[in-house]
Ligand binder design. Structure first.
Ligand SMILES: Nc1ncnc2c1ncn2[C@@H]1O[C@H](COP(=O)(O)OP(=O)(O)OP(=O)(O)O)[C@@H](O)[C@H]1O
Ligand SMILES: [Mg+2]
Length: 244
């Protein structure tokens, strides 16, 4: 039996509630089952780390939790709201107002500068361009990119593009931040800056964060480490537990 990744403290409030999620891709002989019954709770103020081998379903799970992909079965509630039951436009609004993503492939808009890319979540919420860019520039500076605010992504290194993607996710101050390998291209110094900013947002009492990572530097920042294999969660480790 897979473990249910839940905290049972009565004084904690659940932000993300996931039960029995399955997801497959393809049809007939090419069909593959990627998520095979995932149960997971994330409580307010928690930073949850998701680890597991390549292909185990981590990105798929983040995409399903964030409403980018629909699950085949199961239920997901974010702060009591079932995203699957929302109309397409309500779903878009819910994601815009509550969720932030740092994608594994960054997904920056190629013709926009770093500052403009990082400002996107504010611009789509209707914040005027000048304050939006100023806020984005401030976050980019905190992440060590103050000199690169006017550069377009093709002129940035992989690690710089990654930090623009992180700044974009953080400026929106999302309730739930979903990060897919956010430090993979970062050296020690920049990785530390990024983790500081992620922690500042994720630790707020009304927010939470799920970070997919292979990076052992990130482990000390997490409250729990959830291990995924073949589309199920098979072990949950709390911070301070000894590795098996
Ligand atoms: N759109 C898709 N169509 C078909 N198969 C897919 C699709 N997306 C993912 N898969 C398959 O689902 C499985 C899980 O993919 P996923 O990206 O979730 O893995 P992951 O744990 O994030 O791996 P990694 O650590 O390499 O990023 C893989 O076998 C992948 O090939
Ligand atoms: Mg992945």
């Amino acid at each position: 039996m897979p473990h249910s990744a839940s905290l049972h403290d009565s004084d904690t409030q659940t932000l993300v509630h996931v039960r029995g999620i399955t997801k497959s891709f393809g049809e007939g002989e090419t069909r593959i089952s990627v998520l095979n019954g995932v149960d997971l709770d994330v409580v307010m103020g928690e930073i949850l780390l998701l680890v597991g081998p390549s292909g185990s379903g981590k990105t798929t799970l983040l995409s399903v939790i964030g409403g980018i992909l629909d699950a085949d079965e199961g239920e997901i509630h974010i702060e009591g709201q079932s995203i699957a039951n929302l109309s397409p436009s309500a779903k878009t609004r819910f994601r815009r107002d509550n969720l932030g993503f740092v994608f594994q492939q960054y997904n920056l808009l190629p013709t926009l500068t770093a500052g403009e890319n990082a400002a996107v979540p504010l611009l789509i919420r209707g914040v005027p361009k000048k304050p939006a860019i100023a806020q984005a520039a401030d976050m980019l500076t905190k992440l060590g990119l103050g000199e690169r605010i006017h550069a377009i992504p093709s002129r940035l290194s992989g690690g710089e593009q990654q930090r623009v993607a992180i700044a974009r996710a953080l400026v929106g101050e999302p309730r739930l931040l979903l990060c897919d390998e956010p430090t993979a291209s970062l050296d020690g110094d920049t990785g530390h800056k990024v983790l500081e900013q992620l922690q500042r947002v994720g630790r707020q009492s009304d927010r939470a964060m799920i970070i997919v990572t292979h990076d052992t530097r990130v482990f000390e920042f997490g409250d729990r480490i959830v291990h995924m294999d073949d589309g199920v969660i098979h072990m949950v480790q709390r911070h301070g537990d000894k590795a098996p």
